[in-house]
Design a protein around this ligand. Structure first.
Ligand SMILES: Cc1cc2nc3c(=O)[nH]c(=O)nc-3n(C[C@H](O)[C@H](O)[C@H](O)COP(=O)(O)OP(=O)(O)OC[C@H]3O[C@@H](n4cnc5c(N)ncnc54)[C@H](O)[C@@H]3O)c2cc1C
Length: 503
């Protein structure tokens, strides 16, 4: 069987999934990770017996990762216990009203009915419309986009009528839900991509559909436990992990990447897979003279997702009334979003999200304690906002919001605290502009216009992770890893049952 040496830069979800698939195809894989632990934005933060997820807390559509595990002879649920949440999340609207989203259709209709009786009757229509949309779009998420000609692929042509390019998720859902609060309950998910529901392409109404159709899951130990399980299995399959080892540059002969350089030395390889944040990796690892399309100027002009201000609080006691996921949406949600988009000022009354993971998973904190994960969407880094100055003030704002969902007296109870700002996402996690959800998912930055899985500017370089097709968010990142590894297998003559299964 042919083999090959492959270096993967970054042990984020995309890099880990690729390592499994490539090792299974017979490649000798080395994963270089800058940090001492795996997971990237999906790693765990641990301190004094408390454990938090850094980023993802909503594990959606487990099917793709289940298939990847199955293709390497494992069962996801044997490796990590998966707990389905009900309620999936609790939304509070500042202008009044609340929804406890549930996978139980009848109860979900009742939840909507309490706020908007007419909208409740259209819930099933919304589900049917999006079921069809996912059906026609799933093949597109599974195929590579080598150029504009891919737009004429049969699968793409079938999906086009459902693309509705002039609509946003908000205007698309206006067809079903007239009450703006109900619409928000089905569109705030565009925030998972770091985008505004008033700008996010209508295709992404499938995000809330995925939750209602396939559930919202909590992996025991957090999403980071899934990353750790992938790394454990990859090691068992022979993948070498070089943790605490940043790649400093790529080696090239002409346009062809021939290896990677670290502080420990050089490794010659047949292919390089970049999982590191796309824009950051281009700027720091690849000489600009080799980049025809993704020049620094172009990277500067790209649109990036929003960022997030984060507090991870290990607290004494718990808040038993608080659901696992709680979302509080400001009355002036549209203006909040606009301020995030323009990046000039910080909203004083921001929408926010809190995870009370110990409600489901008490092992994440010492006896008698619990964890709170607080996320406030904010602008990615701009010259107008200096986080080194503003961070303490914004911490006050974030903590000041918490009583709105019943979290009172929290400051006295904090035993452990970590904070991340857009600046720390950039400096600590090497994310360009601290844009936590990567390049924006606007139509002009999707499909063939997103950096391609077989990277178009170089030979022997491939991309996985949120910066390539299909995009950011765990299920699509895992799907993207399948797309990319299939291309590598073709190019290097490796054979992979995993790749064949995805055809
Ligand atoms: C706050 C937040 C909340 C999120 N919530 C959700 C959610 O609920 N559900 C969901 O599905 N998705 C969510 N996401 C989005 C997405 O799933 C995660 O961001 C995901 O971790 C991105 O994966 P990735 O494969 O792009 O790699 P990343 O996680 O970005 O990992 C890249 C890795 O590359 C490493 N690296 C960088 N440069 C180098 C170098 N030179 N050498 C070696 N290593 C390097 C980094 O250290 C990092 O470990 C969230 C993201 C964030 C930030």
């Amino acid at each position: 069987m042919p083999s090959a040496d492959i270096a993967i830069i970054g042990a984020g979800p995309g890099g880990l999934a690729a390592s499994l698939l490539l090792a299974h195809a017979g490649a000798r894989v080395t994963v270089y990770e800058r940090h001492a632990r795996v997971g990237g934005r999906s790693a765990a933060i641990e301190a004094d017996g408390f454990r938090f997820d850094t980023g993802p807390t909503f594990f959606l559509y487990p099917r793709i990762l289940e298939e990847i595990f199955a293709s390497v002879g494992r069962r996801l649920r044997d490796e990590v216990e998966m707990i389905q949440l009900d309620p999936q999340y609790h939304i509070h609207f500042e202008q009044g009203g609340e929804i406890r989203a549930t996978p139980d259709r009848e109860r979900m209709r009742a939840e909507i009915r309490r706020m908007a009786p007419a909208d409740a009757e259209r819930f099933d229509l919304y589900m049917a419309d999006n079921r069809r949309k996912l059906e026609v779009f799933e093949p597109i998420l599974q195929m590579p986009f080598h150029g504009p000609s891919a737009l004429f692929d049969r699968r793409m042509l079938q999906a086009l009528p459902h693309l509705r390019p002039t609509r946003t998720v908000d205007t698309d859902l206006f067809r079903f839900f007239q009450d703006p609060r109900v619409r928000l309950a089905f569109t705030f998910q565009s925030k998972y991509l770091g985008m505004s529901p008033f700008q996010c392409p209508s295709l992404f109404t499938i995000l809330s559909f995925l939750e209602h159709e396939y559930g919202v899951w909590h992996p025991k130990g957090g999403c980071s436990a899934v990353m750790e399980a992938m790394a454990r299995i990859a090691r068992e399959m022979g993948v070498r992990f070089e943790l605490g080892t940043p790649v400093r540059e790529l080696m090239f002969t002409g346009r062809r990447a021939t290896g990677v350089v670290t502080d420990q030395g050089r490794q010659h390889v047949d292919a390089v897979v970049i999982n590191a944040d796309f824009a950051n990796a281009m700027i720091h690892l690849v000489p600009e003279t080799l980049r025809a399309r993704w020049t620094n100027r172009r990277l500067e002009n790209c649109k990036y997702s929003c960022s997030t201000f984060m507090l991870y609080l290990g607290i004494e006691g718990s808040y038993p009334e608080l659901e696992h996921h709680t979302i509080w949406l400001a009355r002036d949600y549209a203006r909040n979003i606009e301020e995030i988009q323009n990046g000039k000022t910080l909203f004083e009354n921001p929408s926010f999200y809190v995870q009370n993971a110990c409600r489901t998973d008490p092992g994440l904190a010492p006896e008698g304690c619990s964890t709170l994960y607080v996320l406030v969407p904010v602008a990615h880094e701009t010259p107008h906002i200096d986080w080194s100055v503003l961070a303490p003030r914004y911490r006050e704002i974030a903590l000041g919001q918490l009583p709105k969902i019943g979290i009172t007296d929290v400051e006295k109870r904090i035993r452990v605290e970590r904070m991340l700002t857009p600046m720390s996402w950039r400096t600590d996690l090497s994310i360009h502009k601290g844009a936590t959800f990567n390049l924006a998912h606007s139509l002009d930055q999707m499909l063939h216009r997103r950096p391609r899985n077989r990277f178009e500017d170089l030979d022997g370089v491939y991309l996985v992770g949120g910066g390539t097709h299909p995009g950011s968010g765990l299920p699509v990142i895992f799907e993207g890893a399948r797309v990319t590894t299939r291309l590598i297998n073709e190019d290097l003559g490796l054979s992979s049952p995993a790749a064949e299964a995805a055809e």
